[in-house]
Ligand binder design. Structure first.
Ligand code: AMP
Length: 433
């Protein structure tokens, strides 16, 4: 019989067997973000469609093809969020955060939604962790962003990443660059995909964003001559900004490489753009990316306010971390209480007290000791606490270390010390409140 319901295409259930790795990755990210002094912000999973249309760009794939757009019962035009920055900037404006502090350092983590073609590393619901600095145009902010970006990857075990970086200049320099790109691509017009030809009209920078292998080959083969470079048309201020960012990265020892083909084809992106890729992920190789968006808040109707940020795809990070063995297998730390018929009634209370500190499981069905022992093994617990009838009457329990295969009899008032020694190692005592 076929199942009536499956998770929608492009979405996944994260089951208990893998959730430990996710929690590990999320916890490492929070630690790093905390140490950088960033504050968490949580925004709704859906917003006015118009917010994303404006910020992601009307002609972007995200808006034209990938948006989960819907009308609610009140006929509002809404969309599931495809990314986080637009919502953060909307919240920044809506709550006048600029009046509380000049500069805000913010982070978010959560699911995003894009109706793309599902494949390895690409889902319709996926998770991002991202950060933003809003309120300063200083190149030091770009450098801090990239340092944070790299340190997050570092905390997950990626030690050898190179950041690809480019400068997109201002909207004016991008206009000039677009003309150069059009001229460069003109002789190859017939070999471009329909999508790219259309982009050549609406937003030529986006042609460089193509994932089409034939087109990528065409750009790389050299037949068109060298690809025009954004940095050739940069205005003096953007050039100075870019140089300052590069110098800042060098001073921090952060490996980086200028990638002249790195464009974020959105009008609101300015100056710095950066990404990291891992080619072993295949076609969906971007682990994360970011950049400066000095025009975005103004485009939302706010005062001109500079910002810089990034987002990282957690699904891809987890895929890589798992393949490379970065994510630790969670250590067994729990206790399984095994009771006899005569001691069964004591278990819930003992478990509840111990659960103030330890991870505790027990059998709910009054099964035989053998069955309980099997369940203890299967549960992944580190220790079994056996409530034998005679020991219990003497105020003692038997503690079995399932890893070492040893056991000892412990008086009830010595349980905490014994468990701490067994579970945490010597000298890390815990007090039951
Ligand atoms: P973007 O906002 O497109 O720059 O995406 C930032 C990061 O999110 C990318 O580098 C990916 O790691 C991740 N990402 C974007 N789209 C998807 C998707 N459909 N599935 C999984 N991860 C994604």
């Amino acid at each position: 019989m076929g199942l009536k319901h499956q998770a929608p295409r492009g979405t996944r259930d994260l089951l208990p067997a893998e959730i430990g790795r996710w929690q590990w990755a999320e916890a490492r990210a929070r630690e790093v973000l905390d140490r950088y002094g960033y504050a968490e912000i949580r925004t709704p999973l859906f917003e006015d469609f118009e917010l994303f249309a404006r910020t992601s760009g009307e002609s972007s794939d995200v808006v034209t093809k990938e948006m989960y757009r819907f009308k609610d019962l009140g006929d509002r035009d809404l969309a599931l969020r495809p990314e986080g920055t637009a919502s953060v900037c909307r919240a920044y404006l809506q709550h006048s955060l600029s009046q509380q502090a000049r500069i805000h350092r913010l982070w978010y983590m959560g699911p995003m939604f894009r109706y793309g073609r599902p494949q390895k590393g690409r889902y319709r619901q996926f998770w991002q962790v991202g950060a933003e600095i809003i309120g300063t145009a200083a190149p030091g902010a770009d450098v801090e962003m990239i340092a944070l970006f790299v340190d997050l990857f570092d905390a997950w075990g990626f030690k050898d990443l190179t950041v690809a970086i480019n400068s997109l200049g201002t909207p004016e320099t991008r206009g000039q660059y677009a003309e150069r790109l059009r001229a460069w691509l003109a002789p190859a017009h017939d070999r471009l995909s329909a999508d790219s030809r259309q982009r050549l009209e609406s937003n030529p920078l986006r042609v460089l964003d193509t994932k089409d292998p034939d087109e990528l080959g065409l750009f790389a083969e050299g037949g068109l001559g060298p690809m025009p470079r954004m940095i050739e048309v940069l205005d003096a201020e953007s050039r100075a900004h870019f140089d300052a960012v590069l110098a800042g990265l060098t001073a921090l020892g952060i490996a980086h490489e200028i990638d002249h083909g790195l464009v974020r084809g959105l009008d609101y992106y300015t100056r710095t753009a950066f990404e990291v890729h891992d080619r072993s992920l295949g076609a969906q190789s971007a682990l994360g990316g970011g950049g400066r968006y000095d025009g975005l808040i103004e485009a939302l109707g706010g005062p001109s306010t500079p910002g810089v940020g990034f987002s990282i795809g957690l699904d891809r990070v987890l895929l890589m971390a798992e393949e490379r063995g970065f994510a630790p297998v969670p250590a067994a730390t729990g206790i399984y209480i095994v009771a006899m018929e005569a001691t069964r009634l004591a278990v819930p209370m003992l478990a509840r007290a111990l659960r103030q500190v330890y991870t505790v499981e027990y059998d709910l069905e009054g099964r035989a000791v053998n069955a309980q022992m099997k369940a203890a093994d299967k549960s992944g617990a580190r220790a079994v606490m056996l409530l034998g009838e005679e020991e219990w009457q003497r105020g003692e329990v038997v503690l079995k270390d399932l890893r070492a295969g040893t056991q000892q009899t412990v008086p009830l008032d010595g349980i905490v010390d014994a468990l701490d020694t067994l579970l945490l190692g010597e000298g890390q005592g815990t007090e039951i409140p």
